[in-house]
Structure formats: structure tokens, C-alpha cells
Design a protein around this ligand. Sequence first.
Ligand SMILES: Cc1cc2nc3c(=O)[nH]c(=O)nc-3n(C[C@H](O)[C@H](O)[C@H](O)COP(=O)(O)OP(=O)(O)OC[C@H]3O[C@@H](n4cnc5c(N)ncnc54)[C@H](O)[C@@H]3O)c2cc1C
Length: 402
Amino acid sequence: MATYDAIVVGAGPAGSTTALALARGGASVLLLDRARFPRDKPCGGGVTLRAASCVEIDLSPVVERTITGARFSLRLGPAFQRRYEAPLTYMTQRSRLDAFLAEAASAAGAAFHDGEPVRAVEVGSSGGSASALARAVTVRTDRGSYASTTLIGADGANGVVGLATGVRPRVEEAVALEGNVPCPHGVPEAWRETLGLDVGGLAGGYGWVFPKGDHLNVGVGAWKYAAFTLRPKLAELCRRYGLGPTGLEKLRGHHLPLRVPGSTIARGPVAMVGDAAGLVDPLAGEGIHTAFRSGGLAARATMRLLAGDADDLSSYQRAVDRRLQPELTASRWLQELFHFAPPPYFAVMRRSEKFWRFFCHLIRGEMTYLDFLRMIGPLRPAVGFFAAAAQRRRLARLAGAR
Ligand SMILES: Cc1cc2nc3c(=O)[nH]c(=O)nc-3n(C[C@H](O)[C@H](O)[C@H](O)COP(=O)(O)OP(=O)(O)OC[C@H]3O[C@@H](n4cnc5c(N)ncnc54)[C@H](O)[C@@H]3O)c2cc1C
């Protein structure tokens, strides 16, 4: 049986980033994906500057557009536009981005097997010394079995690693639906450096227009219980921007898992990263940033275990709880507050240069949600209180409507 220091299941942004960092660190790595690459994945493909700054690799070969401005509308009403003096988000297509990252992991020394779904996982030991953990993991595919010291679950929402090992976070579930509007004569001038965000019309989410090289990606996201609203909302969004919903191609939806703080994402030699760990940013619906960051943290914890400095991957969960989760929790609070009454926030975004610039700093990774909470000073405790009240009210209304 072939043996490795680490097996990474799933070659999305989280898995390939983990495999890349491990291979560069000198570990022997097997990166497995069930899909034959290049493969697409339901996603807007927006890579914010804060996300791009987390990977030690130049993404420019797969960047199709660089966004410096946004067009905001409230519930499909009149739009206003904002512009920034520097890049905010890179527009990619996941088929190209993911293949590029997997190739980078492979070039760094990881063995990349695409088109090879993981069918079963066994973990022989859930603790003990590094030597006791050696080759504790067995992964089975249709092509054979592989042994490993550690296992990274990067297989997205509802992946096989979490199911097989029980290392699964508790999550709140959102969903999103997207499609492409081809632009055979080129993307309209107005969209070339600008993305569109329509807010306030979807429970917990928003609608977007993301320009790519030769098409516009249009999508909507919401809490899972509002999934039935997504198709009509997407059609309305297309009509609002004169994009004709019948022109939408490759319509696809997928889950966005939001981790309940403190829930399990590592045990023994197993750690979950990216969507498999439920690490989507609730307010932004952005998962590539946290996929990259959790991949980096998981690789560091794995290298410590392999070096004999740790007995298990629990330091990964502690690192996420200390460095990532407070941000996600702040985002979750702000999401509840925003969706309780979107119009005032929309008005602030339109009128306040300071608020717009904070938004740009956040997207660029120069400031964080926690910085925002610090900025509002004495109001900070009220944010948690009112977010919890808004959440209770939303859930009570939902229960009443059922
Ligand atoms: C409609 C939509 C739009 C979005 N837009 C954005 C956006 O613009 N920007 C952003 O930052 N985030 C966006 N997100 C979120 C983002 O797509 C995810 O958070 C991100 O893909 C998570 O990356 P990942 O590597 O954890 O998982 P994935 O990208 O889901 O990768 C998981 C991989 O695991 C593989 N896999 C699954 N099961 C197995 C198995 N049994 N064996 C082997 N391999 C397996 C899959 O084939 C897949 O390649 C969007 C999500 C949706 C649904």
C-alpha cells in the first residue's frame, strides 16, 4: 500500500492550498479529487484581495478581470456606484482557478490524483504519540488503498471525510444559485471593472453580477429555508439588469455551510478545512478566503505533528478558534443586524465615504470585522445583543410561517 505523511481529500481552494503548503514543507502528500480536472464548481469565482493575499502564489494567470468598483441596489431599486483607487476583487472561473492551484500543489511535489473519488476512510488511532499515529489513516478509492499519518478533509459541504470519521462541524446552512450570461461581443463597458450587489431582497443573502472574460456571472444566495425563492429572485435580478433570464447558461446551485462556533473540526490525525469545516463568511458568503486561510493553518498543524511536536491536529482547531472564528462570529452578528433592517445600511453605504472605504479595506484584508466592532467602541456589546435578538425574531417568524 502506498503511504504518505498526509492525504488531502478534495482539490478545491482549501485542499490544494493545504497540499501545496505541505509539499513545500517537505511532507509527502496525496491530493485526491473525485472530479476529472479541470472541473467547474458552482461559485461566483470572486477572489477578494484579502483572499489572494493569503496564498503564496501569483494568481494573475487565472484572473479574468480586476474589480475596482461596485454598483449597489436595494431590492432591485435604483442603483448607485462606488469606485476605489485600487483593486478590490479578482474575477476568476473556478474551473481555471482550481486547476491552477492543483497544478501548483503537484509542481511542489504533491501526488495529484483527479477522477478518483474517495469511497471509504478508516482511522485506526485517535490519539497518542506521533509514532503511534504513523499510518493511522487508510483511504480507499476504486483504484486502491492508501495509508497516511494524517488526513485533511477538504471535500466541501457534506463530504465523505466528515461522514466517515465523525469529525464534522455543526453548521447553519445557506444556499446559492448562479448562472452565466454569455457576452459574445464582449462584456459591456459598464461592467468591465465593476461588480453588482443587490441587497435586502433575499433572506440572509444577496444577489450579484460578476463580470468575467467573456460573460457575466449572475447569482443569488439565501438561507436554506428560503431556497425556493432563489430561482424567481435570479430571474428578477437578470431582468433588473436587462440580462434576460432566458439567456442564463449553466445554472447551478450549492450549499454554503456556516460553522457553529466551537463545533468539532479536528480530532486525532484528522482535520477539516474550507467548506468541509463550515468556514464560509456569513455576511459576505465568501468561502475562498477562509478556504485558503484554514488550509494554511491545517498545513502548519500537520507539519508540527509530523515533526513530533504535537500528538494530534487539535492545535489546528485551536488556531481556527483563535484566529478565524472570532471574525466569522462578528460577520454572523453583522449579517443578522443587516438583514433585520437593510435600508439604513444601504443609505449609509450611499452617503458615507468613510463607510465605503471601510468596506474596501475589509475586502482588501487591510481591516477586519473585529476592527469594525472596535471602531464602534462602546456600542460593541450592543451588536451581539441586538444580533441575537434579531436572530430570535427571524426564527420565531419563520416558525410562525410554517
Ligand atoms: C453559487 C455560489 C457562489 C459562490 N461564490 C463565491 C465567490 O464568488 N467567492 C468566494 O470566495 N466564495 C464563493 N462561494 C463559496 C465557495 O465556492 C466555497 O466556499 C469554496 O469553494 C470552498 O472551497 P473548498 O475547497 O472548501 O471546497 P470545494 O471548492 O467545494 O472543493 C471540494 C472538492 O472536494 C471534491 N470531493 C468531494 N467529495 C469527494 C470525494 N468523495 N473524494 C474526492 N474528492 C471529493 C470535489 O470534487 C471538490 O473538488 C460561492 C458558493 C456558491 C454555492
